[in-house]
Write a protein that binds this ligand. Sequence first.
Ligand SMILES: [Zn+2]
Length: 106
Amino acid sequence: MFCTNCGNEINDKAVVCVKCGVAVTPMAASSDTNSNEWLTALLLCFFFGWIGIHRFYTKNTDIAVAQLVLGILSCGIISGIWSLVDFILILSGSYKKGNGQLLTQN
Ligand SMILES: [Zn+2]
């Protein structure tokens, strides 16, 4: 890829252009973060979804607490089904984070 500031060719994984010192592709860096966030939420949902850990992780705190309580009360049965639905939502990119943004794979 090329530096957006000076046009110098730089390594795809570079954070800063070595020629002009300008930070490169904040877009790519943020989509990397999103991708990790998506995968982390997916794995948390799969393994700990029945106690709402993925909801805590994505800052849906109210729902997280409800899922945790329901998980304990129903021995994970109801919240297990709920987390399965969440798992499918995360996979399909329809899952909403606490800030209202969709959690996408990118
Ligand atoms: Zn540059």
